[in-house]
Design a protein around this ligand. Structure first.
Ligand code: NAP
Length: 316
């Protein structure tokens, strides 16, 4: 029996769909039914329900966005650090393997290959780099799982949300029974307030940047492929291979959804942070070769975006 925590959430519900599709027996519980953040309660549940694998898709993301975590810090710490540690301890006592949903938002930027010299660049939107990335995307490579996170409480600035996600990975670093599955900026074909493709259409102005992003259904499938295929435990970047610049996604949205309206962009970071955002945002590229080496193939990012738009299900 698989135990799914956070199955009511945006990412957890993709696991519900995929577990159903694979006919894998699972139990999805809500905080309202069982206080799974209590160690004794969770340990008892693992035993009584004969749980053999646990997926923790519960956490505190901040609604409508991560800015809320700047003021709701206790909730962010409880949901993103204390809960995963409790789950880790309970699974260790029960002798079962488990998976934590993490995030690529613990990084900023990417590696840049400048005529054979490779360096970390945390801000890919500074003027000379922005042009270089657009003209020669081959100079960009993503962070691998073993690269130290650089958008954390140890490496400021970071958002409080990202800080808690990085702290979670730090706390779980010695857990040999766990998968850490890193997701980035989820999207799919279902219009909704959590979908990146919907958000871009609803923003008054769009923020240009460079990111690896993840199709929500592809994410759940890839994660379950890792577990079902007995891939080694540890950390995996689970994003659709490649990266996108925001304007490339906007171009596809306009073309495929046949939108005639113009999209306007924030002119610079100063205006974006003055008027639209409070906490620093992570924008980064992740390397997915470890996932591929484990035998799990995800479709390229632009293919997943275009497919989502061709199959777009409007909320109306
Ligand atoms: N959405 C994203 O953009 C994104 C990106 C990267 C990583 N992630 C990670 O993916 C995981 C799931 O995110 P999500 O977007 O699916 O979140 P969500 O829609 O808010 O769902 C999270 C679920 O977690 C449970 N929960 C337990 N403790 C909580 C707390 N303190 N505050 C709020 N919810 C709590 C709730 O389920 P019950 O009340 O039913 O138990 C809730 O439905 C998180 O670890 C998040 O950091 C999300």
């Amino acid at each position: 029996m698989v135990l799914l925590l956070g199955g009511s959430g945006y990412i957890g519900s993709a696991f519900v769909t995929e577990l159903h599709r694979r006919r894998i027996p699972f139990l999805s519980i809500s905080r309202a039914e069982v206080n799974y953040s209590c160690f004794v309660t969770l340990r008892r549940l693992l035993k009584e329900a004969k749980v053999s694998f646990l997926i923790n898709a519960a956490g505190s993301t901040g609604k409508p966005n991560v800015d809320i975590c700047e003021t709701n810090q206790a909730e962010a710490l409880l949901g993103n650090v204390v809960l995963p540690k409790t789950v880790s301890d309970a699974c260790e006592v029960a002798g079962i393997r488990w998976a934590q949903i993490s995030s690529g938002c613990i990084y900023s930027g990417a590696f840049i290959n400048d005529n054979g010299v490779v360096r970390v660049e945390k801000n890919l939107m500074c003027p000379p780099l922005k042009k270089l990335v657009a003209l020669r995307p081959e100079v960009v490579s993503g962070y691998r799982e073993e690269d130290p996170p650089n958008f954390t409480f140890h490496d400021l600035p970071c958002s409080f949300y990202s800080g808690t996600k990085a702290l979670c990975e730090e706390v779980l670093a010695h857990d040999v029974n766990a998968y850490i599955w890193r997701l980035r900026i989820p999207f799919d074909e279902f219009d909704g307030e959590r979908n990146y493709l919907s958000k871009l259409q609803r923003y008054e102005r769009v923020y240009e940047n460079v990111n690896s992003i993840t199709h929500r259904g592809d994410f759940a499938r890839a994660c379950l492929d890792l577990w079902c295929g007995h891939a080694p435990l540890g950390t995996y970047n689970v994003t659709n291979p490649g990266f996108v610049m925001t304007h490339e996604v906007v171009d596809r949205i306009k073309r495929i959804l046949n939108l005639s309206r113009d999209f306007s962009y924030w002119q610079n970071d100063e205006d974006f942070y003055r008027y639209a955002a409070k906490a620093p945002r992570s924008n980064c590229v992740l390397d997915t070769s470890k996932l591929k080496a484990a035998g799990v193939v995800m479709r390229p990012v632009m293919e997943a975006i275009e497919d989502s738009l061709f199959n777009w299900r409007s909320a109306d």
